[in-house]
Design a protein around this ligand. Structure first.
Ligand code: FES
Length: 338
């Protein structure tokens, strides 16, 4: 078995080298585990951020049609590190990121057991997983879950805070036609086991002085709750302006998730994009990003921003903050899921 095989050596051209076990892991995960700042966002083949060129050696491509690369890029020899499993020593060409100020927590695979599950809205459940050791992650990060019987992993963000008890909470929305979430809903009942691999992600809470804006749509609720909880767990006085985008009154049950959060420090603003005309709704109608600037007491560049949600929401918030309001790049934190 590969446990006794000598490790493979991966050399980044003009950069560091690192080792990994043969055939066991993706290039991206091995790099991150070794502390190499390989660029990435989704880690499941969708975004293209982890692209590189193989100069020497051999890799297996796990998902040849992964949408993170165009046909043209593929023809030009580009590959995705999150979809590459090296078979030999390799030499690779990639533009590494600047090393982060704090050392990231290296991701690791854990065998987890479902110990709790509850319904939040008709199509959103919270899953509580128990894994060995402490649950180590930063608020806002995500993990990959490999539900039994499903090919490939899906990325889900933790909704709780890191803890010594090994508890990982995930809020998952059942996406119509989404094989990953459908499989989780079907398979993850208390007692079921699931492989959890993490943590990953750049959209995590940073220390700072500015008040925090969180914007959440759909399953983005989980990571934004984690970020808000992280702010409240600090000794400092930072406050949170939480903008929540829902579709209909039927989803307002998610507001119960805010009950434990100190209302003096967390202000929740809710928008419904398609309110049911048959039910009362006096709040904002429309998209969540439209509410942000009018609701805040100070200009947008006075805050640190965190957001998570479906791609159109993420794009609209990015446009609002970075293009319209010129919020400096270092104050905008998110991960792109696809
Ligand atoms: Fe590899 Fe997104 S495609 S990180």
């Amino acid at each position: 078995t590969s446990a006794s095989a000598p490790p493979l050596r991966i050399q980044v051209e003009g950069g560091p080298a690192f080792e990994m076990a043969e055939g066991e892991d993706t290039l991206l995960r091995a790099a991150l585990r070794a502390g190499v700042p390989w660029p990435y966002e989704c880690s499941v083949g969708g975004c293209g951020a982890c692209r590189y060129e193989l100069v020497e050696g051999e890799v297996v491509t796990l998902w040849p049609e992964a949408p993170g690369l165009s046909e043209r890029e593929r023809r030009r020899g580009k590959r995705l590190a999150c979809q590459s499993r090296p078979l030999q020593d390799c030499r690779v060409r990639v533009r590494l990121e600047a090393p982060p100020e704090e050392a990231p927590i290296p991701p690791r695979p854990l065998q987890a057991t479902v110990v709790g599950r509850r319904s939040i809205t008709p199509d959103m459940d919270e899953f509580v997983l128990q894994a060995p050791g402490s649950a180590l992650f930063l608020p806002g990060q995500y993990a990959l879950l490999h539900p039994p019987g499903v090919v490939g992993a899906r990325a889900y963000s933790m909704a709780n805070l890191p803890n010594a008890e090994g508890r990982w909470h995930f809020i998952v929305r059942r996406v119509p036609g989404g094989a990953g979430s459908q499989a989780l809903f079907a398979a993850l009942h208390p007692g079921a086991s699931v492989l959890l691999d993490g943590p990953y992600g750049h959209g995590h809470l940073r220390a700072g002085e500015r008040d925090v804006v969180c914007v959440a749509g759909g399953s983005g609720l989980g990571p934004m709750l984690s970020v808000a909880r992280g702010v409240l767990a600090e000794a400092g006085p930072r406050r949170v302006h939480f903008f929540l985008g829902l579709r209909q009154q039927a989803e307002l049950g998610v507001l119960r998730e805010f009950e434990g959060l100190d209302p003096a420090r967390v202000q929740v603003h809710t928008a419904l994009s398609a309110p049911d005309p048959g039910q009362p709704w006096a709040g904002h109608r429309g998209f969540v990003h439209e509410m942000i600037a009018p609701a805040l007491p100070a200009p947008l560049d006075q805050y640190d921003h965190y957001f998570a949600g479906p791609p159109p929401m993420v794009e609209a918030v990015q446009q609002l903050l970075m293009v319209q309001h010129r919020v400096p790049f270092g104050q905008v934190h998110f991960d792109r899921f696809v």
